[in-house]
Ligand binder design. Structure first.
Ligand SMILES: [Zn+2]
Length: 427
C-alpha cells in the first residue's frame, strides 16, 4: 500500500482539511433532500454574511439593490440578488477577493472560452472540499483516490514543467500520455492494464479508445471508471470507449471558478454536488453559487452553459437524493447567423440528438460558421448516401432556406492540443 501512503502524505501537506471533508461527504451522500437543502440554506446565509462584510464588491452590489444578507430567508430568495458574469470576475477581481485572512490559498487560473484570463485565490478549505467531492464521485465506482490512473491532458511542456508534472503525477499514482507515437502509445496502453481508471479531455479519451481498438491492444484492459471532463461527451464516443475500456464514459461537470457542479452516478444521472454549489436554472441558463469558497466568493454566477434541470421529483435508482441535471445543451452567447434570422448554438445539440434518437445515427460532429448564412458541418464517421440525406434533412428542419450548408463526413480532426469545440464561429 505504498501508493496509499504516498498519496495520503501528499494530500496532508497540500490539503490538510481533506480528510474531514471526505468523511462529511460520505455521510451527506445518503442525506434526504430536506437535509441537503437545509444544509444549503445554512451555508448560503453564512456565505452572504461573509461576502457582505469582507468584500467591497458584494457590499456595494447588495447596497445598490437595497438588500441585506438577512433578507435571504429561503433558498428561493436568492433570486433577489443580482447575477454576475465572468467579465465581472475579471474586471472587479480585486474587489471580489475577500479581505479576510486565510491560512493558505492556492493560485487558480483559467483562460476560459473567450480567452480573457481569470486569476484568483482559492482558500485551502474550498480547494480541499472540491477534491473531496471528486473523490466521493470516484467512490461511487468503487475507486480509492490513490489507485493507479491514466490522465489525458496537454502534452507539450518545457523541461522544468515536465519534471514538476512527473513529481505531481507520482504523488497521485498517475501516468499520462505525452504523445501518440507508436512506441509511446503501446507503452501507455500497457500501463492501462494495471490502472483502475482514466480521466481527462473527452475527445482525447475517445481517440485513445479508437486507437486501442484499431490496434487490438484492449484485451488486458478493464477499468472501473472512465471520466470525461472539459468537453462535450458525444454519444458516438460510447461504443468505442466501452469496447476499449469495458465501461462507458461518465461525465464530471464544473469549472475552475465554480468548483465541481455535478458528477454522473453509475445509473447515468448527473447529480448536483449540492453540498458545494447552489444551482439555479434561469431561462435555460445555469447559475451557480459556490457555497464553499470564501477567498473569492461566487454568488449567482452565470457559468455560461445552457442546461435543463430534471424535475425535483425525479428519483434515481442509485438512491441519492441530490438533484439531477438532465442535459447540458451548449454554451451561452454563441449565436448562429442565418441569412435573415439568428439561432442559438444549442440548435446543433438538438439536430444531432434527433439523429441519434430517431435514426440511431450517433455522430461526432463539429460545426463551423465561416460567414453569415453559411455553415460547414464536419462529421468523423463515414456516412452512406442515405445517412448523409438524413443529416441534411435534419439540418434543413431547423434552418430551412435561411442557411447554406456543406456536409463533410469521414473527417479526421487534427491532433489537438486545444479543447475541442462543437461549434466554432468566425463572425
Ligand atoms: Zn444516481
Amino acid at each position: 500500500m505504498l501508493a496509499k501512503m504516498i498519496f495520503n502524505l501528499g494530500q496532508r501537506l497540500r490539503n490538510p482539511s481533506i480528510a474531514s471533508w471526505l468523511s462529511f461527504l460520505e455521510e451527506s451522500d445518503r442525506w434526504s433532500i430536506e437535509q441537503l437543502e437545509g444544509h444549503q440554506l445554512q451555508q448560503l446565509r453564512e456565505l452572504l454574511d461573509f461576502a457582505y462584510s469582507s468584500t467591497a464588491f458584494y457590499k456595494e452590489q447588495f447596497d445598490a439593490h437595497a438588500i441585506e444578507p438577512s433578507d435571504i430567508k429561503t433558498l428561493e430568495d436568492i433570486s433577489k440578488l443580482p447575477t454576475i458574469t465572468r467579465k465581472d470576475l475579471v474586471r472587479f477581481n480585486d474587489a471580489i477577493h475577500a479581505d479576510a485572512k486565510f491560512k493558505k490559498t492556492f493560485r487558480a487560473a483559467t483562460s476560459g472560452s473567450t480567452g480573457d484570463a481569470l486569476v484568483f485565490r482559492r482558500d485551502e478549505r474550498a480547494d480541499s472540499f472540491n477534491r473531496a467531492a471528486i473523490f466521493r464521485g470516484y467512490s461511487w465506482f468503487g475507486i480509492q483516490p490513490w489507485e493507479r490512473n491514466g490522465y489525458f491532458w496537454g502534452f507539450d511542456f518545457n523541461f522544468k514543467k515536465k519534471i514538476r508534472t512527473k513529481v505531481l503525477d507520482a504523488l497521485q499514482n498517475r501516468f499520462r500520455i505525452f504523445n501518440y507515437e507508436e512506441k509511446a502509445f503501446k507503452q501507455f496502453a500497457k500501463k492501462l492494464e494495471k490502472a483502475s481508471y482514466i480521466h481527462g479531455y473527452s475527445s482525447a479519451v475517445y481517440h485513445t479508445a479508437k486507437l486501442i481498438n484499431e490496434k487490438g491492444l484492449g484485451k488486458g484492459i478493464q477499468l472501473k471508471m472512465v471520466k470525461g471532463t472539459s468537453e462535450k461527451i458525444y454519444e458516438s464516443y460510447q461504443d468505442e470507449v466501452k469496447k476499449a475500456f469495458g465501461v462507458k464514459m461518465i461525465s464530471e461537470y464544473g469549472a475552475t471558478e465554480s468548483g465541481i457542479v455535478a458528477f454522473e452516478c453509475p445509473e447515468g444521472n448527473m447529480h448536483i454536488n449540492m453540498e458545494g454549489v447552489l444551482v439555479e436554472e434561469v431561462e435555460g441558463e445555469i447559475i451557480i453559487t459556490n457555497l464553499q469558497m470564501k477567498s473569492f466568493p461566487l454568488i449567482r454566477y452565470k457559468l455560461g452553459d445552457h442546461v435543463t434541470l430534471a424535475s425535483k421529483d425525479k428519483e434515481c435508482p442509485c438512491g441519492r437524493a441530490h438533484h439531477i441535471i438532465e442535459e447540458i445543451t451548449g454554451r451561452v452567447g454563441l449565436d448562429v447567423y442565418g441569412i435573415e434570422k439568428i439561432y442559438p448554438s444549442f440548435t446543433f445539440y438538438y439536430i444531432f440528438k434527433n439523429l441519434g434518437n430517431h435514426h440511431q445515427l450517433k455522430l461526432t460532429y463539429q460545426v463551423v460558421q465561416p460567414a453569415k448564412g453559411k455553415l460547414d458541418f464536419y462529421v468523423e464517421e463515414t456516412l452512406s448516401e442515405r445517412e448523409q440525406m438524413l443529416v441534411d434533412q435534419e439540418i434543413e428542419k431547423y434552418f430551412g432556406n435561411d442557411m447554406q450548408t456543406t456536409l463533410t463526413h469521414d473527417h479526421t480532426s487534427s491532433q489537438q492540443k486545444k479543447k475541442k469545440k462543437s461549434f466554432i464561429s468566425y463572425i
